[in-house]
Design a protein around this ligand. Structure first.
Ligand code: AMP
Length: 215
């Protein structure tokens, strides 16, 4: 199965993608996580991506398509999270998949209002080791300020400040939202209300994946 999860920043894509991938045996491919790791390790990719990410802008399409190509060549059981982010990225993905004779099975679209996005991102923290995310007050760690899995202090993402969040929302509307039409035309888009609690949204997404026929 090849699935995509779409939604504005803070819509819960990362949280839901990790849970769905585990439940359905899919590889969770988050371009945001890959880029944050590259920045942390100061790799060539990280050095190129850092300034775009800090400003809340998108990293150039050719860099992103390079990351994806490397990773999907050996795998056709993937849940893409945070990719594609632009129509040219979606076209690039379609071309790569056409070469391997496969295609996208479903695009899950999380619908969350701007105000809810701003509220969620201002309370978001993450673990720089395992990338798990937490949210005050909705998804608290067991011990305040500490990752449940790794036991290390939680961090705030550099791009979760109010000014950068506003830019990320604008970028989402201008460059990413057109993907809704792109995938609607292909009959792949399934929109889900992303404002319920984590388990309710998860159950809706699982039912959609369960109903998809592959192969
Ligand atoms: P995310 O964790 O998905 O919110 O991504 C964090 C940041 O990484 C974004 O604001 C972009 O700067 C960059 N990024 C992640 N995925 C992509 C992508 N597919 N295309 C361009 N930039 C991306």
């Amino acid at each position: 199965m090849l699935a995509i999860i779409l939604g504005p920043p803070g819509s819960g894509k990362g949280t839901q993608a990790a849970k769905l991938a585990e439940k359905k045996g899919l590889v969770h491919l988050s371009t945001g996580d890959i880029l944050r790791n590259a920045v942390k390790n100061e790799t060539e990719l990280g050095l190129k991506a850092k300034s775009y990410m800090d400003a809340g802008d998108l990293v150039p399409d050719d860099l992103i398509l390079g990351i994806i190509k490397e990773r999907i060549e050996s795998n056709n059981n993937v849940l893409f999270d945070g990719f594609p982010r632009t129509v040219p990225q979606a076209e690039g993905l379609d071309l790569m998949l056409a070469e391997t004779g496969s295609g996208i099975n479903v695009v899950l679209d999380l619908d969350v209002s701007d105000q809810e996005v701003i509220n969620r991102l201002s309370g978001r923290y993450f673990c720089s080791s395992c990338q798990a995310t937490y949210n005050y007050p909705n998804k608290l760690p067991k011990r305040e300020g500490v990752c449940d899995k790794c036991g290390i202090a939680l961090s705030k993402r550099k791009d979760d400040t109010e000014e950068v969040v506003k830019n990320r929302l604008n970028v989402y509307k201008e460059l990413t939202q057109p993907l809704q039409d792109y995938y609607k035309k292909q009959g792949l888009l399934k929109t889900v209300n992303g404002e319920g609690n984590i388990e309710a949204v998860f159950n809706d997404l699982v039912s959609i994946l369960d109903s998809i026929k592959t192969g």
